[in-house]
Design a protein around this ligand. Structure first.
Ligand SMILES: Cc1ncc(COP(=O)(O)O)c(C=O)c1O
Length: 385
């Protein structure tokens, strides 16, 4: 079954009892037992719930190479449930350009549990290998990275990990299961902030984890039940509703993002554009090899850094907000939004400065978005024809 068909038929989308066209919301915390020693399939929602199970089967069906899916209350709850499988004395290697929340989890919370970390230039496979210590247990990748869209060669880096007996974990939020299939490239665990493209409507916070490894699956099931960061049935239902149109939305927004990146690249007011669909992007060749498209997120720097505020005010269509992956275009200022929790010196190292903006392209008409960007750039000066 092709991806778009799997989105509609590849998991318990329909209710087998009534034929209802969507799985019911089992809005229940507990499930009646027939007898003391007769426990049904479901007992208590923290351990499992039919609506949540449907979503988990859904994500396992659409993430290529996946067998087991797990839903969490947020992307961060999903990342924590994965990373808290390591123990005191363990060491992790992570990409230097990484989502701010993950950086904070690793450098603040996990350090308190004596799990250490080294951040490397994610674009250089040799840097990953050089960072391995005798106590290293895993590589953690995010490609394209947030917010600079730098690219890691998943297959090469996962092969290094395998050679050294390490796990490869990847945050696939920016690409979604539609554009990039890390499990087929050697990753062991894939994470998504489903808050973003998978749900796609900026109305739910959710996280998903997928693996084909039974040992990882058992550990994740335990973390779900014990750490307790589960997704509620209502939100699981909403994610499934959003997910049905993932393929459609990605086709449209990736085409628009490519046009917008090309337009910005030619604009006199723009100093630099970061989008892995542009041949000028240093990771273009690697990205082409491992993903179907450049995606729908791009970042750019204005020539005139302090004009960022004026530029944001001049834009009429993208909403100025934290997050990405919604049907509406979302403009973010990483310095005070996604990366606000990163200490200034680390932020600077990551290239997150006051002239940097990130745009998540929505399903609006591409020409309307282009003319909006064009008029806002004109307002901050110069000619961008
Ligand atoms: C790449 C990436 N991973 C994880 C997260 C965290 O997800 P959530 O906000 O759903 O907890 C985000 C949030 O922006 C993100 O951009």
């Amino acid at each position: 079954m092709e991806f778009d068909t799997r989105l509609i038929h590849g998991y318990p989308v329909f209710d087998e009892h009534t034929g209802a066209s969507s799985i019911p919301k089992y809005q229940a915390s507990t499930f009646m037992q027939k007898d003391l020693d007769e426990v049904g399939e479901y007992r208590y929602t923290r351990f499992g719930n039919p609506t949540i199970t449907a979503l988990e089967k859904g994500i396992a069906a659409i993430e290529n190479g996946g067998k087991f899916g797990f839903a969490f209350a947020s992307g961060m709850a999903a990342i924590s449930a994965v990373l808290l499988n390591f123990k005191a004395g363990d060491h992790l290697v992570l990409c230097e350009n990484i989502y701010g929340g993950t950086f904070q989890l690793v450098t603040q919370v996990m350090r308190d549990f004596e799990i250490s970390a080294t951040f490397v230039d994610e674009t250089d496979p040799a840097a990953w290998e050089a960072a391995i210590q005798p106590n290293t247990r895993a590589f953690y990748l995010e490609t394209p990275s947030n917010p600079l869209l730098s690219i890691t060669d998943i297959k090469t880096v996962a092969a290094i990990a395998k050679r050294h007996g390490l796990a490869t974990i990847i945050d696939n939020t920016f690409m979604t299961p539609d554009l990039q299939s890390p499990l087929l490239l050697g990753a062991d665990v894939v994470i998504h902030s489903a808050t973003k493209f998978i749900n796609g409507h900026s109305d739910v916070v959710a996280g998903l984890v997928i693996t084909s490894d039974a040992a990882w699956a058992a550990k994740l099931r335990q973390k779900q039940a014990v750490l307790g960061g589960i997704l509620g049935p209502e939100d699981a239902w909403l994610v499934m509703r959003g997910m049905k149109t993932l393929g459609l939305r990605m086709k449209k927004i990736c085409t628009s993002a490519q046009k917008i990146a090309e337009f910005l690249q030619k604009s006199a007011e723009v100093k630099e554009v970061y989008y892995p669909g542009l041949p000028a992007h240093p990771g273009f060749a690697v990205h082409q090899k491992q993903a179907k498209s450049g995606g729908a997120v791009l970042s750019f720097r204005l020539q005139d850094g302090p004009a960022v505020k004026e530029f944001c005010r001049a834009l009429r269509l993208p909403i100025l907000a934290v997050s990405l992956g919604g049907v509406e275009s979302i403009l973010s200022f990483p310095m005070t939004m996604s990366h606000a929790c990163v200490p200034p010196k680390d932020r600077l190292r990551q290239g997150v400065t006051e002239d940097l903006l990130r745009l998540s392209v929505g399903i609006e008409d591409a020409d309307d978005l282009l003319s909006d960007l064009s008029q806002a750039l004109k307002k901050i000066g110069g000619n961008n024809e």
